[in-house]
Design a binder for this molecule. Structure first.
Ligand code: ARG
Ligand code: ZN
Length: 296
């Protein structure tokens, strides 16, 4: 439409503004509230609703409720944040709602739920023991995605390979520490195994991953967060209020944990209860204020 391409100078100026915004907002307690409409693409094999991968609307709503509580800093066990870090626990001021309308404006029969039998997706076979991220990205996503500038796309399916979920990083944010591949018009969004989505129905028996925190973790990535250890031994997650951490942790720990693994985090140790670690669902329960600034 003849809009001129921004110049390199404009890009540099804009990126500078992003850095200024982050610097100014890292420690703010008041942030704008955003509400993001969600569509959950439920990929099933013709099971009755509420059976297996064809999860119920109640299970979807349960996950949205968990996600909203976690982003508000009020989720399961959030009051267990060690007192030395309680001032860092964020209300991210982002909430998620089930979309009420399709991209073309039709009112949805089931808010926020797009049920798709695999045989309606061109070239897609039955999941067997679970779809791979390769099949999801190449075949499921491009055939089902809704405009990612208007919706948060979530795909829920039988997921293979021991994966609980995965996400794309947000494109064009100017945030430090993010690298390609970014979400695109055909890939942007988060994917979760149906049995890790929410805490009821097909997820009820998936302990220790039965508290809906896989979605919280993946939406954290989708809004620009890195793993708490920066995916390296004592690496950089580009947040200055998360202690350095030697590795991602599986399980559940007692504070203080790993107080000498990385320099500079004695005596409090590592923030294993951060949503961007790999701990058990019941044992992760906080985002920090700098993580909030990145997501905002
Ligand atoms: N992408 C990670 C995985 O599949 C997600 C880990 C989420 N952790 C959790 N406790 N829910 O392993
Ligand atoms: Zn992750």
């Amino acid at each position: 439409c003849a809009t001129p391409q921004p110049s390199a100078e404009w890009d540099a100026w804009f990126n500078q503004k992003v850095e200024e915004f982050k610097a100014q907002n890292a420690n703010k307690t008041q942030m704008p509230n955003y509400t993001i409409p969600v569509v959950v693409h439920v990929i099933h094999s013709g099971q009755a609703v509420g059976t297996g991968a064809n999860i119920s609307a109640a299970q979807v709503q349960d996950q949205i409720n968990i996600l909203n509580a976690d982003f508000a800093g009020t989720g399961l066990n959030a009051t267990n944040v060690p007192s030395v870090w309680s001032g860092l626990k964020a209300n991210v001021n982002i909430t998620f709602c089930l979309a009420t309308k399709t991209p073309s404006g039709t009112t949805m029969a089931e808010p926020g739920i797009d049920r798709r039998h695999y045989n309606t997706i061109p070239g897609l076979a039955a999941p067997g023991s679970g779809y791979t991220s390769g099949t999801i990205d190449a075949t499921i996503k491009p055939n089902t995605i809704w405009d990612p500038t208007r919706y948060c796309n979530m795909w829920v399916c039988q997921l293979g390979g021991g994966l609980l979920g995965y996400a794309t990083f947000p494109a064009a944010t100017g945030l430090t520490g993010l690298s390609a591949p970014f979400g695109s018009a055909t890939t942007d969004g988060v994917v979760m195994g149906h049995n890790y989505f929410g805490s009821i129905g097909s997820a009820a028996g998936s302990a220790p991953y039965n508290r809906g925190r896989t979605t919280t973790h993946e939406v954290g990535h989708w809004l620009g967060l890195r793993h708490i250890n920066g995916d390296a031994n004592c690496g950089n997650d580009f947040c200055n209020d998360t202690p350095t951490q030697d590795q991602l942790h599986f399980g559940c720990f007692t504070f203080p944990y790993h107080t000498t693994q990385c320099t500079g985090n004695t005596p409090n140790g590592e923030m294993f209860m951060n949503f961007m670690d790999y701990t058990d669902d019941a044992c992760m329960y906080m985002f920090t204020t700098h993580q909030r600034a990145r997501m905002q």
